[in-house]
Design a protein around this ligand. Sequence first.
Ligand code: FAD
Length: 383
Amino acid sequence: MSQSQSQPGSQVRRVLVVGGGITGGVLSVALARKGVEVVLVELRTELTGIGHGITLQGNALKAFHDIGVYDRIAEKGYAFGNLRLRTADGHVIAEIPTPPMGGDAVPPTMGAVRADVAQVLADEAVAAGVDVRLGTTVTAIDDRGDHVVATLSDGTTETVDLLVGADGIRSKVRGMLGIEAEVHPVGMGIWRVVADRPADMECSEVYYGGPKYKAGYTPISEELCYAFLLEENLDRSFVGEGPNGALLKERGQGYGGIWGRVRDSLPDDAVVNYQWIETVCVEDPWYRGRSIGVGDAAHACPPLIAQGAAMCSEDAVVLAELVTSGLPVEEALAAFMARRFPRVKMVLDNSLTLAEWEMHPDTPGADPGRIMGQTLHALCAPA
Ligand SMILES: Cc1cc2nc3c(=O)[nH]c(=O)nc-3n(C[C@H](O)[C@H](O)[C@H](O)COP(=O)(O)OP(=O)(O)OC[C@H]3O[C@@H](n4cnc5c(N)ncnc54)[C@H](O)[C@@H]3O)c2cc1C
């Protein structure tokens, strides 16, 4: 799309996006395709190479579809339309169809290799003309009312109409804007590993009632799946990634079914990631003047409903839509908050409730299936 395609009267012609994860990637492509000049700064020296798998719900897929990258992601991903619940020994308890959160154009859910998603977003950003600066960050933000002057770590300055912090849960931009928000551990830790996909693994499945909070997996391509194990927070020294297949096999004892088979197939030196589940919620508004934090920089939810990246991608698409709608920036940002905050807060609150119930299943009234179903049905309404 050419510059002339941005709406008449739009005050947003040039944007600095800080952070090239899913949020920054989707936003950069969305803005560039609407004719906005985008500078994307990313601390890492590459946009790709992130490991693991991800479960992309229909509303994430719709966001990818809206910016024109869905087909490429779908080429490699593994689509399915239900979630299966099992007991720890592998017996099926229930099969829940996933509601069509992305409408008819995309499947209800897709598993994907994170690196594949990152690669597509990186390629499409470059193809759309985004000026990508790797190994770079923002060191100062000077809001001058009708524009922002940002100083970058390479010593250059950028004069932009809007600055967007898409720099993740520990966002530096958030602090630079004077927005206070505390990152909290939820009380759960998660082990994740990529493994070969057994032929009979066809959808996301979770195993309840075993020795740990929950085990599960998602197929992420024809060949691969990712498996996870959720348990209490272990000592911080466990956090990180390394050749810990043997350790995961030991900690994952007590689960049968396909999960048990995947566990047993892991080489002792399989690369395993362990991290604490953390959360942050920035209260409304997420912006100060012409700078805003979005994605995990504003709201990180525990991945119990697999909605984190979906909320991030929706943020990006809605923000791009509103700041190119012709509304003055302040009105566009206020309209963005009105559309995004209630939806994001609902997902965040319900994910936190689910986490509590999974840690304390004897809580009176605990009904994980109900809250998960309610959340996913509510998300069938457009973002
Ligand atoms: C264990 C786990 C499992 C999950 N599983 C799922 C799932 O299955 N489905 C789902 O939808 N969601 C899932 N999520 C959530 C999802 O991964 C996140 O919501 C999403 O990736 C956040 O994207 P982001 O771009 O906002 O932030 P990030 O992915 O954190 O990206 C931020 C980017 O900014 C860069 N950066 C950081 N600081 C700076 C700086 N100062 N300057 C420049 N660049 C900077 C970083 O290098 C990074 O590239 C999961 C989360 C966790 C923790």
